[in-house]
Design a binder for this molecule. Sequence first.
Ligand SMILES: [Zn+2]
Length: 304
Amino acid sequence: MKGKIQRRINRPMPGKLLIIWDFDTAIGQINSTMPYNFRYDPIYEEIENVDYILNRAHIEDIRMTFACVGFAGESGVFPFNIPDIISKISIRGHEIASHSWKHEWFPYLNEKQIYRSLERSKQTLESCLGPGEKVSGFVPPHSRPMSWLKKYSVSLGDRGLYPFHKGSDIGYIIKELGKLNYRWCRVLPKYKPVWEKIKGNQSDDSVFFPVWETHDNIVCVPSHYNGFDKAAIDFVKEAVKRNETAVISGHPAGLSRDKEESREYFDRFIDKAVQLRDVEGLEILTVQEHILKNLSLTEKKTEN
Ligand SMILES: [Zn+2]
């Protein structure tokens, strides 16, 4: 124990880890999987996996961020409406963020729909929280739009073109978030201008920590990796080495799949994160905590 404390003192700036869950719930799963294949099992499994994550977090004393679909917070019928589960996540000390109201494809929405989805999801999710607690983060469903016009970055995969589709520009969404008193938005780690995409020069550093930017008063949180396998662990190790912040995302539903978000990988990832925390002093935080604690002072520098 003494050794541990000694090493923490030696490393005053040991890196940070933020874990963000895309908690799609029933309506999110319906809207994100290939349409018209419907089964209840994955919906129940996702809810069981949330319990598993909460237990593991409790045992290890870790707090994370859960981006929830607003419709799940409305009162109604299980497993479609689960306000009690959202309350439980919050009571356990985790952050609740918005993952839209019904897991929409934002590039297809009109201006009013964009505003209402952001507004209603925030209101509904906040009704599941304790008094005075706020939803301050937004995680775009389907990670769309991937275009950011201000950075000359266009993704044809958004399937909508600005200005006909306002929701096909993450810059537009960020402006709307600002109007609704959100504080942060998850974004891609890198937006490449169109000409770089055409050139196709792909010699990127695989472990890359971009500078965090603030636009329209919204902190843009770059997600580095989706999953918990070796690549995720490498990000966290590098964050510790370079005193950076690793942002790792996953889906509770993914714990049941035999891929990079599997329960086995998740358990190993948490083992490693806890070890880095106890030995090297890695800080494991919610996004909100990180912004309040570490970012507010330096933020002005990155405003542009
Ligand atoms: Zn999602």
